[in-house]
Design a protein around this ligand. Structure first.
Ligand SMILES: *[C@@H]1O[C@H](CO)[C@@H](O)[C@H](O)[C@H]1NC(C)=O
Ligand SMILES: *[C@@H]1O[C@H](CO)[C@@H](O)[C@H](O)[C@H]1NC(C)=O
Ligand SMILES: *[C@@H]1O[C@H](CO)[C@@H](O)[C@H](O)[C@H]1NC(C)=O
Length: 312
């Protein structure tokens, strides 16, 4: 009897060890290693930067705009408005870029603007300071300032509707805006918020503690919890008419896909929000899932047009 118990015990501990070793968190949070479009992760990143840089430059050259608008006191707290020639009440698309809160910038994140401009939609690109110059807590509070600025602007313009989108770390930041009940309740114009697009986001930060991503973030266990939208309350969204799209790519890492599924389930099952949609898109990876925003007929533009035609 004892012999069998010992064997079973050894077997279970072995399984637990295997499970723990099987998850390579560094790989799970290195989305460039999962793309099948290029032969090395370096090429994936290189192409991404080149693509978003040239598409952002073209958008800036081709669309009337106002750049470098300060929405807060620090260097990073600036935003760009593209499409200043459109009717005052035009719908507004707000974009928060990714880069694990430590890379990329506003000036290479204007690539969605041109196709949207053709559809009569203004684009606002939000910049923010990066880690480790500032902490992640400060970045969250910066994008809250940006949201206040945008809502007030939308109010002044009588905009027909505001949509927020974020990619990767940017999706995390949009989720933090959505979870802030007092921000949404007390900011003039926030009732103009109609939808959000959370693209290949990370909503629970715990596992980042085991990766080199955290070298620049310096998150503690406690901070990782506080700053995870997954542990926030979204009940206040229930009586708002906000459509939320949680999106990831087939060739995102399995952890990124899991994060999207679990965040969708949180909003849909736990908080019973009526208009939440999950879409794991075939054939897309973590990067071309937003690179395509510069193509004239991309899925995001189609979703926006559909929503605008149906509800605004
Ligand atoms: C974009 O901004 C970054 C940081 O602010 C800067 O280093 C870079 O030169 C800028 N790129 C362009 C194309 O303006
Ligand atoms: C929510 O937003 C308000 C207003 O910007 C801010 O004062 C508060 O700290 C935010 N709360 C959280 C939990 O981020
Ligand atoms: C990282 O965080 C720890 C604990 O919060 C702090 O003691 C340390 O100074 C921080 N390191 C850096 C480089 O900011």
């Amino acid at each position: 009897m004892l012999y069998y118990l010992v064997i079973i015990f050894l077997y279970i501990s072995l399984q637990i060890n295997i499970m723990a070793e099987e998850i390579d968190f560094e790989r799970e949070y290195s989305p460039s290693r999962w793309s099948i479009r290029f032969s090395t992760p370096e090429e994936v990143i290189k192409y991404h930067i080149e693509h978003v840089t040239s598409a952002s430059l073209a958008a800036t050259n081709n669309i009337p705009h106002e750049l470098d608008i300060e929405y807060g006191p620090t260097l990073g707290q600036k935003l760009d408005i593209l499409g200043t020639d459109l009717p005052k009440d035009a719908p507004i698309f707000v974009y928060i870029h990714g880069g694990f809160w430590q890379m990329l910038s506003r000036n290479i994140s204007r690539y969605a603007a041109e196709p949207l401009h053709h559809a009569g939609i203004k684009t606002i690109v939000v910049g923010y300071d990066l880690c480790p110059t500032v902490g992640l807590q400060q970045i969250v509070s910066e994008v809250e300032n940006a949201a206040k600025y945008v809502f007030q602007y939308a109010e002044n313009m009588r905009s027909r509707g505001v949509y927020f989108a974020g990619h990767s770390a940017g999706a995390h930041l949009v989720a933090k805006i959505l979870s802030n009940a007092s921000l949404l309740a007390n900011t003039p114009g926030s009732n103009r918020l109609k939808g959000a697009f959370l693209v290949s986001g990370v909503y629970s930060l715990q596992e980042l503690l085991y990766t080199t991503v955290n070298d620049a973030l310096n998150l503690t266990d406690e901070l990782a919890n506080t700053l995870s939208p997954y542990f926030d309350n979204f009940a206040h969204l229930k009586d708002k008419e906000i459509r939320i799209n949680v999106i990831a790519g087939q060739h995102d890492t399995s952890r990124f896909k899991k994060q999207s599924k679990e965040f969708y389930e949180l909003l849909h099952n736990k908080y019973s929000l009526p208009n939440v949609n999950l879409d794991i898109k075939d054939n897309y990876d973590h990067f071309d899932i937003v690179e395509c925003f510069s193509n004239n007929n991309n899925y995001l533009k189609m979703l926006l047009i559909q929503d605008i035609e149906k509800y605004l």
